[in-house]
Design a protein around this ligand. Structure first.
Ligand SMILES: [Zn+2]
Length: 342
């Protein structure tokens, strides 16, 4: 990256109200066919422009072309029946009606490669693309075929690796896998979750990241957080193995969260995307608040490895709030950058 403290977001940004109903997850599209395809590209350009105006260094598509960070990827795969739905408990937290794995899973064609190619044509800045991680994917499905969470995760890892290689070829600089499930299923994460993630990045030469968070600011997540006590030490369970893994960057939730920041010490040597924006609140951080979180993180991560970011995606927020938060992130990183360079 060109300068220290390169900023980025965890991934999603709110969609314009002409594309999908705002401030809602799984919001249905308002258009169809060719009109929808063009509208998604327009929304991507606006999301990119918001990031550019805020001085964000590593930019993304704001996930404007997908309805949901996990489901949209799975919709493009074969072996999953979206008509056949079962109710499962997602990340031990909330029940959702999910599609069923009915046969061998495969990726008949690229999923996001056209979108990433389009993003690449729109900017010369480094670009980051997000994909769901294998363990988070299996947790969003009912498996009537493999009947083994581990086996299905390995299958998804192979598919994700195909997609990641194609995204890299399209010019993506950083590929990020979202694995909120790592904060819930520690034993599985350590037994095979991190290994399946390494399978997903096999042979890539671009940078790779894993995003592990406490989720969007939706009620199921905020209720869950209330049960976690005064210190959130979940990262402690997986960090030792992540530190030894081949993943380049770990993306974390830090700001206004109960995560003790000294846990970052456990991944010393990795690049760390430090969440300095709270996505579970409409209150817009001041640049000084962002700077304060970054300064605290600097005790545990070297300045050349600190990547200021957001705690999670901002899809459920209003566009105005998300823009304010993007601007605070850019300005807060500027403050600390000046301090470090001064
Ligand atoms: Zn997240």
């Amino acid at each position: 990256m060109n300068r220290i403290l390169p900023t980025s977001t965890a991934g999603s940004l709110p969609k314009p109200s002409w594309l999908a109903e705002p401030e809602k997850l799984w919001s249905p599209w308002k258009l169809k066919g060719d009109e929808l395809a063009v509208a998604k590209q327009d929304a991507l350009r606006l999301a990119l422009d918001d990031q550019r105006q805020a001085g964000i260094d590593i930019v993304g598509d704001g996930e404007q072309t997908r309805q949901h960070f996990v489901t949209t990827f799975i919709e493009h795969l074969s072996g999953v029946d979206f008509e056949k739905r079962e109710t499962v408990r997602i990340r031990n937290r909330y029940d959702a009606s999910v599609p069923t794995v009915v046969g061998a899973v495969a990726r008949p064609k690229p999923v996001f490669v056209d979108d990433a190619t389009y993003l690449r044509t729109q900017t010369s800045q480094p670009i980051k693309w997000t994909l769901p991680g294998p363990m988070t994917m299996i947790d969003t499905l009912y498996d009537a075929h493999y009947r083994s969470r581990e086996k299905l995760a390995w299958e998804f890892a192979t598919i994700l690796n195909q997609e990641a290689k194609a995204l890299e070829a399209a010019g993506v600089d950083v590929i990020q896998f979202d694995e909120p499930a790592f904060n819930v299923f520690f034993e599985e994460a350590n037994d095979w979750g991190i290994s399946t993630l390494e399978r997903a990045i096999e042979g890539l030469t671009c940078e790779t990241a894993v995003h592990i968070c406490y989720g969007y600011g939706i009620k199921a997540n905020t209720d869950w957080k209330k049960t976690l006590g005064s210190e959130w030490r979940q990262y402690e369970e997986t960090f030792p193995n992540l530190q030894k893994s081949k993943i380049d960057i770990i993306s974390l939730e830090c700001h206004r969260s109960r995560v003790p920041l000294d846990l970052i010490e456990l991944i010393r040597g990795k690049k760390v995307m430090v969440g300095a924006i709270d996505v579970a609140s409409d209150a817009i951080e001041t640049p000084e608040e962002v700077a304060d979180t970054l300064r605290k993180a600097l005790q545990f991560v070297d300045a050349d490895k600190l990547y200021p970011s957001t705690n999670c995606g901002m899809a459920p927020l209003s566009r105005q709030v998300a823009r304010g938060k993007l601007n605070a992130l850019g300005a807060g990183a500027d403050i600390v950058r000046r301090e470090l360079e001064g």
